[in-house]
Design a protein around this ligand. Structure first.
Ligand code: F6R
Length: 262
């Protein structure tokens, strides 16, 4: 399940090939996408690979994991904005219709949020579920914005962000009071139903959470650990993020030894 790569860029290359192989096998693939710093090299490598190989991406449909409540799509810190900047504008230029790219709408009136959440999970299910889900991890183990304690069977829902998550993500906002307190996130069940899951963890600042994830049995106190129950999950870790794993585990999980990865 854990695979250690030398650098974030080696992870990005490998993942972009996996995504392209999926699209070539299934041109109408349904992809679950994430935002955050971890995904930036992944999307850059993926776009380069799509262009280099001339792969037709016009049949794919994408669903993002989450969006802040209270930010419009035009807000530079919204995930709508992030996705346009890092992926969707380029994919549109390659012919992907924007109506095939979905994110929860966090800018709608409060009274409509429950309906928006129910519709989001139902929409994914109606299209046959996610073929591939890309995930990052928060320093508290969250996936999407499923904070510690989120039930395994949760669907898309409104979440109150923990203080830790607000602090982690505060680096993107000018003033602390601008950091949203709530978000919409796909639920744990939506994520766990994806056919294949790729969890990407890079950087020394994630070393502690990688060690916790490795040691934890599936437990909602550490949301990402629940992924251990999935039959097709790979955790892509770079050397810096792997630095707090026991040496024997690091040796076993490095790329040339992948056939015997833990
Ligand atoms: C974002 C998301 C979050 C991030 C996580 C890591 O869509 O789902 O779970 O993946 O917070 O963020 P970065 O990559 O910025 O460290």
């Amino acid at each position: 399940m854990f695979c250690i790569y030398p650098t974030p860029s080696a992870i990005a290359q490998d993942l972009s090939h996996a995504l392209l192989a999926l699209i070539q096998r299934k041109p109408q693939a349904i992809l679950g996408l994430a935002t955050g710093s971890t995904m930036e090299p992944v999307y850059a490598a993926w776009l380069t690979a799509i262009k280099a190989q001339g792969v037709d991406i016009t049949g794919i449909t994408t669903f993002n994991l989450d969006e802040y409540i209270g930010l419009t799509a035009q807000h530079p810190q919204s995930y709508h904005y992030y996705m346009r900047q890092h992926l969707f504008s380029a994919l549109e230029q390659m012919g992907l219709p924007p109506q095939q790219c979905h994110l929860p709408d966090g800018s709608i009136p409060q009274l409509e949020l429950a309906q928006e959440c129910a519709h989001y999970s139902a929409h994914i299910q109606k299209l046959g579920g996610l073929d591939f889900q890309l995930l990052g991890i928060g320093s508290n183990g969250h996936i999407g914005f499923n904070e510690p304690g989120t039930p395994w069977d949760s669907r898309t829902h409104v979440v109150a962000l923990t203080e830790r998550t607000r602090q982690d993500n505060g680096r993107f906002f000018d003033q602390p009071e601008e950091i949203p307190s709530h978000a919409i996130t796909m639920g744990m069940a939506d994520i766990l139903e994806a056919k294949t899951i790729a969890l990407v963890i890079t950087g020394a600042h994630k070393a502690e959470v990688v060690a916790q994830l490795y040691a934890s049995p599936p437990d909602i106190a550490m949301p990402a650990s629940v992924l251990k129950t999935h039959s097709d999950i790979r955790v892509y870790v770079d050397e810096a993020a792997a630095s707090a794993l026991p040496e024997a585990v690091r040796r076993r999980c490095r790329l040339p030894n992948l056939h015997q990865a833990a």
